[in-house]
Design a protein around this ligand. Structure first.
Ligand code: FAD
Length: 429
């Protein structure tokens, strides 16, 4: 078969790998001039490693990704350090990434709330019945079972941070999956995710996959007797096509999809993200903390501060210290239209809260990355609203972050859904 894949993110590349191995002719169309999609990175001349534009790490439970890396022969390139995640309480930060640390966290006191927190955590780790949990919201479930105090201190800030105005609409299965899959050790690829993406693209090319960068697909249509047509600079015909872009872009690319499938795509909700990356002359968190969870009501102008070089060594970045300040935001939020300088002015006062000695002089360089498709919002009974991978157009397939469920989206699940889509494409061969 002659197959086109739209998007050279990890989903598209994983699908291409399996389809090519099965002997098909595969072409990937990618609008950017690089591979890796949302997990791509960049590099300064004095850095040996790249830095992801949006903070990225893996969990030890990310089996589809780890399996793929082993299959590609790069298992020795994966590192799993144990960086420190901390939680805010009364102006201070406390380690919060294991059961023991959670039990010692003073934010919940040491009475009934701590016990409820522990039992709810244990129940969610042990149960597999997410289908029952998706029938209600995380807001109401947590309020009922963890109690108002625990919910408001621990879980509500997380939901508000990730889902903003939708925080009361997100279903409890999302929260279950998030708690279930987390590990204290976090993973990365030696050299950064971009190195991994580039190596993967190279391997695909060697195996015969054609990757066309800087090639934006405008339309896809099925025309009787001509097959599936891809319009990207020129019009070409394919037997099967897999699309890995956002549901919104998919709807624009394929306006001939039947109305109910199109409506299904357009009714899916998601959040965007704005992330500032700074290279600093000095370490920001002297305690060596990696990930700071920040409650918005305490006036922080962003949701998370992540000191990447407290996860991987600053030696990989010529001694620079890399810090992310990021937030998930709804479309139209003012951060999307602010200039990099305006954002820096807004964010800078907060850096002193992580280290009172912080000074503007520490900043070597600043980058800002924005995307309007960063985090799907799973509403109640989401499993019934997920668009099928096999679309109603014969030979046309769709695999995006919005179909990853109940697990929270990530490169691991991009690989999983990409490979699942490839299996479906092969089965109906
Ligand atoms: C802030 C943030 C933090 C994250 N943190 C993590 C993390 O810690 N760990 C983790 O594993 N994952 C994380 N993720 C999620 C992860 O990046 C994604 O789940 C994954 O990269 C999605 O891969 P994909 O292939 O499905 O889509 P994408 O990576 O979005 O790939 C789609 C590709 O399609 C291309 N494209 C779009 N339109 C067209 C067109 N018209 N023609 C041709 N090509 C087109 C795009 O340029 C893109 O390259 C994070 C994401 C964000 C935004």
């Amino acid at each position: 078969m002659k197959i086109a894949i739209i998007g050279a993110g990890f989903g598209g590349m994983a699908a291409a790998w399996d389809l090519r191995k099965a002997g098909h002719e595969v072409t990937i169309f990618e609008s950017a001039d690089y591979v890796g999609g949302l997990a791509s990175g960049f590099k300064e001349p004095n850095w040996n490693w790249s830095v992801e534009k949006f903070y990225h790490h893996w969990f030890q439970t990310d089996q589809p990704m780890l399996d793929l890396i082993h299959e590609l022969g790069w298992g020795d390139q994966v590192l799993f350090p144990r960086p420190l995640t901390v939680m805010y309480h009364n102006g201070k930060f406390y380690p919060f990434d294991s059961i023991l640390k959670a039990l010692l966290f003073p934010g919940l006191g040491f009475g009934l709330d701590k016990i409820r927190f522990g039992f709810v955590g244990l129940f969610l780790r042990l149960t597999n019945n997410w289908k029952a949990l998706e029938k209600g919201t995380a807001d109401s479930w947590m309020m009922k079972w963890a109690g108002k105090n625990v919910y408001e201190k621990m879980w509500k800030p997380l939901l508000i941070g990730k889902f903003g105005p939708y925080y009361q609409d997100v279903n409890m299965a999302w929260m279950w999956a998030r708690i279930k899959a987390r590990t204290t050790r976090l993973g990365t690829f030696r050299g950064g995710f971009q190195r991994f993406a580039d190596m993967f693209a190279e391997k695909l090319r060697e195996s015969g996959v054609e990757i066309r960068l800087k090639t934006r697909v405008r339309f896809i249509k099925r025309v009787p007797d001509k097959g599936l047509l891809v319009d990207a600079n020129q019009i070409e015909s394919y037997d099967k096509i897999l699309i890995t872009v956002s549901p919104n872009l998919m709807a624009k690319m394929c306006p001939d999809l039947p109305e109910d499938y199109l409506q299904g795509l357009l009714s899916l909700k998601s959040m965007g993200a704005v992330v500032m990356v700074l290279s600093l002359k000095q370490q920001l968190s002297e305690q060596g903390y990696y990930w700071f969870n920040l409650p918005k009501e305490e006036g922080y102008p962003f949701l998370a501060l992540v000191e990447h070089t407290n996860f991987v060594s600053p030696e990989n970045f010529g001694g620079d210290h890399i810090v992310y300040a990021g937030d998930y935001l709804e479309e139209g939020h003012e951060y999307f239209s602010m200039s990099d300088n305006e954002l820096l002015e807004r964010f800078m006062p907060a850096f002193k809260k992580f280290n009172p000695a912080f000074d503007e002089d520490w900043i070597k360089k600043v980058w800002v990355f924005k995307t309007n498709y960063a985090q799907p919002v799973p509403l109640v009974n989401h499993s019934k609203n997920i668009p099928s991978i096999e679309t109603p157009i014969d030979g046309l397939y769709f695999a995006s972050m919005s179909q990853v469920y109940p697990w929270d989206r990530g490169t691991n699940f991009a690989v999983e859904i990409g490979r699942r889509a490839a299996r479906l494409m092969l089965r109906s061969n």
